[in-house]
Design a protein around this ligand. Structure first.
Ligand code: DAS
Length: 339
């Protein structure tokens, strides 16, 4: 039997469910504690045991990789998770991966996986805005939907996906936009599709390269550079910029006001940063739109970069990866245009 015929003959996909903590693993004192609760206390086996219908969707094995709120995720966790998923995806007896994850930085982790995993098999990252103990928790249905997507051939080749609130988002675009509501996850260009009555439906595709077409492979990355983010505000002085420049960063993403405007009080410190070998990436704190190169600031003159449409926290992930291969400003700028 060929591999394809064997897969067709098999009734259920084989999915590995990796637990890392977060609200989806949380527990509140009472059902009305929808937003105040202990995070990362339920094991991945506890979470799955609460969803007996999952057995009908896939043959599921579990792994508890971490048990932490995602605000605690750093580069060590990104690399460890990525390498573990990569080694699982290489196996012929695994069809897809679901990662349960805190929602706070789920968009960063998913984007990192999207750019570094070298497999067309589905990888779905899922969280919850309410713990399983809360009234109308979104955890069980989000997890159910995530398994549905990971088990589907339709999800092949679409990169890392984030499933939430019945929506399927590409990791490149999705951001957390709300502190407590269940529809917290938005993509500026809309979701790729939905999960409707237990079936994934896709309406569009990621336009930019990912996974097998990206230039990074998790197996070739042993460390990531420190990239900092500075959030601009009115009445700003350069103290915070100077502090971050002295912290060992290789690049700073400047989440500027509007279309990448940099206050006069800040420009000199960022010009100095570049002279010290630290890359400066002009972004925007607005949460939407593109930052135009050489418009609000003379990027060519200062040897700065712009983020294209990426929010600062996602630009940070992209810049960390870019710096594993490139240091030339022109090539780094191309990375932002391309991904
Ligand atoms: N505790 C936060 C986190 O782990 C919130 C969450 O999971 O929703 O990201």
């Amino acid at each position: 039997m060929t591999r394809d015929t064997a897969a067709a003959a098999r009734q259920k996909a084989r999915i590995v469910l990796i637990g890392t903590g977060g609200t989806i693993a949380g527990r509140g004192a009472s059902p009305v504690n929808t937003s105040a609760y202990d995070c990362s206390v339920l094991s991945i086996d506890d979470i799955l045991a609460d969803l007996p219908v999952a057995d009908s969707l896939a043959d599921i094995t579990t792994e508890q990789l971490f048990q932490v709120g995602s605000e605690n995720f750093g580069n060590v966790q990104l690399l460890q998770l990525g390498k573990r998923i990569a080694s699982l995806l290489e196996r012929d007896d695994i069809d897809g991966i679901v990662v349960t994850h805190g929602t706070d930085t789920i968009d960063e982790t998913a984007y990192f996986l999207h750019l570094t995993l070298k497999s067309p098999k589905p990888v779905v990252v899922v969280g919850a805005m309410r713990p399983p103990s809360a009234l109308s928790s979104d955890g069980p249905l989000n997890l159910y939907n995530a398994i549905v997507v990971a088990a589907s051939r339709l999800a092949h080749g679409k990169g890392t996906l984030v499933v939430s609130n019945d929506e399927i988002h590409t990791a490149r675009d999705v951001v957390k936009t709300n502190t407590f509501k269940q529809d917290a996850f938005k993509s500026p260009y809309g979701p790729l599709g939905f999960v409707v009555e237990g079936k994934p439906v896709f309406y569009r595709l990621p336009a930019r390269p990912h996974t097998v077409d990206s230039e990074w492979s998790i197996n070739e990355i042993e460390a990531l550079s420190h990239v900092g983010v500075v959030y601009a505000h009115g009445g700003m002085n350069d103290a915070i910029v100077r502090a971050i420049l002295d912290s060992g960063v290789k690049a700073v993403i400047y989440a500027a006001t509007g279309n990448g405007n940099v206050a006069v009080s800040i420009v000199a410190s960022l010009v100095e940063a570049r002279k010290r070998g630290i890359h400066v990436v002009r972004g925007s704190r607005t949460g939407g739109g593109v930052v135009i190169r050489n418009a609000a600031q003379p990027d060519d003159l200062y040897d700065w970069l712009v983020t294209d449409d990426q929010p600062a926290h996602k630009a940070r992930i992209l810049m960390m990866l870019a710096l594993t291969r490139e240091h030339c400003t022109r090539k780094l700028q191309d990375v932002f245009w391309r991904y």
